[in-house]
Ligand binder design. Sequence first.
Ligand code: MLC
Ligand code: AMP
Length: 499
Amino acid sequence: MTNPLYDALFGRHADAETPFLILPDGAIWTHRAFVARAAQFAHALVQNGVDPGDRVAVQVAKSADALALYAGCVQAGAVFLPLNTAYTGTELGYFVENSGARVFVCDPKNADILTPMADAAGAQLLTLSAEATGRLADLAADQSPEFDTVARTEDDLAALLYTSGTTGRSKGAMLGQRNLLSNAQTLTELWRFTSDDVLLHALPIFHTHGLFVATNITLLAGGAMILLPKFDTDTMIAHLPRATAMMGVPTFYTRLLDAPAFTRDLTAHMRVFISGSAPLLASTHDAFEARTGHRILERYGMTETNMNTSNPYEGLRIAGTVGPPLPDVELKVTDPATGDTLPEGEIGQIEVRGPNVFMGYWQMPEKTAEELRADGFFITGDLGLIDTQGYVQIVGRNKDLIISGGYNIYPKEIEQVLDAQPGVVESAVIGVPDADFGERVLAVVVADGRLDVEALNAVCVDRLARFKHPREIVLVDALPRNTMGKVQKNVLREIYTKS
Ligand code: MLC
Ligand code: AMP
């Protein structure tokens, strides 16, 4: 029986007494202990009716157990569906229902409030806290540390990650074993990860970056991770001496640069700093090199495709570029109107093809067909060019998307909430530059006399995760429109970027 993803990432470490997770309190989980805990979770899931192919939706705090639950899902042949811990009940209801999850795991402190939602969606609710308490933790503790791994092939679904759409509801990106495994193999080699590596891990584990890029690569290499619950500048600085590598979104790097204690001496022993999920300003890249002597290695990816391009480990890392396509990824720049490939240096939409590209959107064949061409090329929605050296530069987006601190925010979703409120005639949500988050959310609202801005903020709290909330609401008489009647967001961005 084989299960390629399980065998490569987890199974082969079953007897290894080497450290895998180093926790903030100094506790260490060996690879063996981690694999054993994963098996206990696999048993607990099966006892709760999880069959191969079933979705297991998980909204829990970052912890060693949360990662072991991911591994347990892979071992049981289930489909892991991680959810942002900031999501509200309304948001969660959609994901659990849409995915048809068999089990929904949440923090014990949210159980009462989320039980009706899980019941309505037909999902079994289990609980797990960062302190290894909760019904799932208790159940797992009683299980055998060995589990007969469920056979899977590389074509089987391993994870479902929801990404919002520019129109309508979120789409579940179906990631198969091949997608995850091939990308982890390519990146491990490209970035020279080995069993000697210790990755400083402060990213959330409900997204591609923290879960697949960081964790899968470390596991494949047989290395270790210092698993921090979240990013905190002082904590990062305290743990850096023990690390060899770090991965982060650009906000991590700008925050570290703001700290005088982040010095050349502190980072001299580090092997590599990797950035992605949002554009790294060339000025940040330069300031980082001036401070530490390290050139940040920037790469480019997305939920649907895992990683697509990377600056080289050896060779020129060029600020403002995301490097050449990965060895097993084809990348072309096309004319958005015709789909024709554009010559080198011309700006167009970025399309990618390779074993990293997802299997389509969960139960959305039309959406899948719109973005994933029959020939396998995925239309990323990013705009860019390929320069004379073969490096890709991302110059913008062909999709109405804000990236704040590495989180994707779809204006449409916020506009729909705002527009439904009394007193709102219409709204336009845009991203404006922000020194900390790269971009922040600003809502431009046309109101009639009845608008109560406090009530507007309150409905956002109820309906939307905190990171999506408009940081500023500006009231205007009318929105700028082009001759076709379409709101000109570029004009709004220009106005509110200047002021
Ligand atoms: C937190 N807040 C955010 C936010 N993160 N608001 C907007 N954007 C964000 N990203 C809210 C908090 O709830 C808080 O609300 C306030 O902003 C300030 O919080 P903070 O303490 O400063 O934030 P912090 O907890 O430090 O989080 C910031 C962060 C975090 C940048 C460290 O957001 C983060 O870890 N981002 C990484 C996201 C990521 O992993 N993306 C990868 C996606 S995968 P209040 O109520 O206090 O005002 C992908 C593919 C690829 O994109 O290529 O990798
Ligand atoms: P997500 O859907 O959360 O996976 O976000 C993917 C999007 O993040 C991509 O489509 C890009 O727009 C953006 N992104 C990821 N990495 C980079 C990068 N290095 N530079 C610029 N944008 C990036």
